[in-house]
Design a protein around this ligand. Structure first.
Ligand code: EGV
Length: 387
């Protein structure tokens, strides 16, 4: 049976939903106009975006005519320039284009599983990361965010894994690995001859994640891999690219596994990424940051003063916002919201090693148009005032 059917609204019983993974919760929201569940970009087009979309027929024809290598290199060069990643590799198989960052993640996991048994993985984080890694037979050890940001990782942990995997900015907390901490972590990984993997899917939202990661990684001499994602930023109806970027000496059969799965991504999508990134450089990225900050303020204003409710990540600039619900459980609030056709995301499964930790929080997506977000936030307020 297809998963989409198994979790369709008709099947949803209180007992069942508790078992859902985060994406299964996101499916339930897809047909609602008040979907504040998934982290994909669903806001309206800006004027700059609309000009690109109006150009689509011409882009289709020019993409069909150009060599794909040219389009691919242009897309990632522009994307990396927008985000300050000037020392990114280029050419050959160092930057591989995938349909999504999850596809890149699956390719990475399979490649890693040929050489490693275990991974030290950031905790909490979006649950499909632990699920993809463990689906490849890898054993997982949690790395708590606080421990990661405070100092060196446990020597015993580093000795028992083949990879440290970090999402930065993290999903859902928005916490960013500093340049100094990345440099030290890369050194620790080099000392133990293990792979350092980063998932930077949310980096576009936070300028604190725009220091040149590739300069740090290259200088470290470590075996590294980075998963980049254009999918969280722009409302392109899920036309996006996940890039699987690797160091010269990563020592994993990444290009081979990639070839088992993909020939490449659509030249039209590469052309769109190039154009949206150009727009980002010309001011679109700043506009996006102001838009998300405004939406974040709107949500914070709506829930202000509710007893027991507080903002979990006051410093976050990611396009998602996590709320602590006090005594209420995420599932309880989820059910009450659902009766009003509003769908947010209970946080339990982000805490993949200790689900109980996420029981009293929810995540709200901010990459939404202002009006539906305001309606959803109003519903949130009245539900929280009532339970
Ligand atoms: C988020 C959806 C996948 C994922 C959403 C996400 N799930 N790919 N299995 O793209 O934060 O809502 O990352």
């Amino acid at each position: 049976m297809k998963i989409a059917q198994a979790v369709g609204p008709a099947d949803v019983e209180a007992g069942d939903v508790a078992e859902h993974n985060l994406t299964q919760f996101e499916y339930l929201a897809l047909n609602s106009t008040l979907n504040i569940a998934d982290g994909h970009a669903r806001q309206g087009l800006t004027a700059g975006h609309a000009r690109i979309i109006d150009d689509l027929p011409a882009m289709f024809r020019s993409a069909a005519a150009a060599p794909v290598e040219v389009l691919e290199e242009r897309a990632y060069r522009t994307y990396f320039r927008m985000l300050g990643q000037h020392s990114h590799p280029a050419g050959g198989t160092r930057v591989l284009s995938c349909y999504s960052s999850s596809v890149a993640m699956e390719i990475f996991s399979r490649a890693l599983a040929t050489r490693a048994d275990a991974v030290a993985l950031i905790h909490p984080t979006f649950d499909n990361i632990p699920d993809l890694l463990s689906g490849c037979g890898l054993k997982l050890f949690p790395v708590e965010e606080d421990a990661l940001h405070q100092g060196d990782l446990d020597e015993n942990l580093l000795r028992s894994v083949g990879c440290v995997f970090i999402t930065t900015p993290n999903n859902p907390t928005g916490r960013v690995l500093s340049e100094a901490r990345l440099a030290r972590l890369a050194e620790e990984c080099r000392e133990h001859d293990i792979v350092l993997a980063l998932d930077t899917s949310f980096r576009g939202f936070d300028t604190r994640a725009h220091y040149d990661h590739y300069a740090v990684l290259e200088a470290s001499g470590s075996r590294w891999c980075v998963i980049e994602d254009t999918g969280k930023l722009w409302p392109t109806l899920d036309l996006k690219v996940g890039w699987l970027v690797s160091g010269e000496t990563v020592g994993l059969p990444i290009a081979k596994i990639y070839s088992d799965i993909l020939l490449g991504v659509s030249p039209l999508v590469l052309e769109m990424v190039h154009r949206f990134a150009e727009d980002g450089i010309a001011g679109g990225l700043g506009e996006l940051h102001r838009f998300i900050a405004g939406n974040r303020q709107l949500v914070r204003d709506r829930v202000a003063g509710l007893p027991g409710v507080h903002i979990a990540d006051p410093d976050s600039r990611a396009s998602v916002e996590r709320l602590h619900l006090g005594h209420r459980t995420g599932l309880e609030v989820w059910s009450a919201l659902r009766e009003r056709n509003v769908f947010a995301l209970p946080c339990t499964k982000f805490h993949w090693a200790n689900p109980g930790e996420g029981e009293h929080s929810m995540r709200i997506a901010l990459a939404r148009s202002r009006a539906p977000l305001a309606t959803a936030a109003d519903a949130f307020r009245s539900v929280l005032a009532g339970v």
